[in-house]
Design a protein around this ligand. Structure first.
Ligand SMILES: [Fe+2]
Length: 282
């Protein structure tokens, strides 16, 4: 597994993930990231640049053009190494598995050879060194690229996964949440291109200030109807296209009851913040 190490010069980071080929959402994020308050802050992408929506190649072009530091998600890995499916980790014949069969071949046919080569060289994980501290950037979890770590994941699992780091920054599950642990944290910025199944039409990213150990979740709206219309025009992934309008995913197979309870209401603007006390109920 290709794992690289970066020495950070900046104490601040912008974290993104789950662009999912949604160009309208990604362009809106990029316009926010260009604001003077975010100037010169490195952008780190936890993976899944493309998936459900209609412009996978353009999404990769924009990541490259904007010099966004990226790791390999399961979507990148599957296309780069010619897998037969997206490797999301969905159960065979589950609703998610069946829905994947629509967007995966589409992405495969619409990503240039040059971009496929670029995907191949992406690191699987990045260790960020800041002063004497170490933070890990990974896709699903440090042990598995497609592991779903969610708000419902137990204290013991999260604690053990982050034991070697002062913080873990992960992606894959698309839910914006931060769990504060005894000597560490687990953070997911949520997804740029897919609302977090909470009935809203929002994209999410985050700002981490390692100097002050401060994590801020941020959300934004964008012209989701344009993305929807593009999908309908080519009759791609109608179920996911509808998610842009309803704010709910076509399948909730990955969630446990606890997650679904949280997602009954729109996620608050500060994201889902959990402390370790929460874990005592599991
Ligand atoms: Fe993923």
């Amino acid at each position: 597994m290709n794992k690289i190490s970066i020495q950070l010069r900046s104490n601040k980071l912008i974290i993104i993930g789950g662009i999912y080929s949604n160009i309208e959402a990604f362009n809106k994020f990029l316009s926010i990231a260009q604001k003077p308050i975010y100037k010169n802050i490195p952008i780190i992408n936890t993976g899944d640049i493309f998936a459900y929506f209609s412009e996978p190649n353009k999404a990769i072009d924009l990541v490259r053009k904007n010099k966004i530091i990226s790791i390999m998600g399961n979507c990148e890995e599957s296309i780069a190494f010619d897998a037969e499916d997206c490797g999301c980790g969905f159960k065979k014949n589950s609703a998610c598995d069946l829905l994947t069969s629509q967007w995966f071949p589409y992405s495969k046919n619409n990503i240039s050879i040059k971009n496929k080569q670029w995907l191949k060289q992406l690191p699987y994980q990045i260790v960020l060194n800041y002063k004497s501290k170490k933070y890990l950037v990974c896709h699903g979890s440090p042990r598995k690229i497609n592991e779903f770590i969610l708000p419902s994941t137990s204290k013991n699992i999260i604690q053990n996964l982050s034991i070697n780091y002062d913080g873990v920054i992960a992606g894959h599950c698309g839910i914006p949440f931060t769990r504060y642990l005894k000597n560490s944290f687990w953070h997911n910025s949520g997804a740029i291109g897919l609302p977090p199944n909470d009935g809203t039409k929002k994209g999410w990213f985050s700002i981490i200030d390692l100097g002050n150990s401060k994590i801020e979740h941020k959300s934004f709206t964008y012209n989701h109807l344009t993305t929807f219309k593009k999908m309908m025009k080519i009759k791609l992934n109608v179920h996911y296209a509808k998610t842009l309008k309803t704010g709910y995913w076509p399948s909730t197979d990955i969630f446990k009851k606890y997650d679904l309870e949280i997602l009954k209401k729109p996620i608050p603007s500060k994201g889902i913040i959990q402390n370790q006390i929460y874990n005592s109920i599991h």
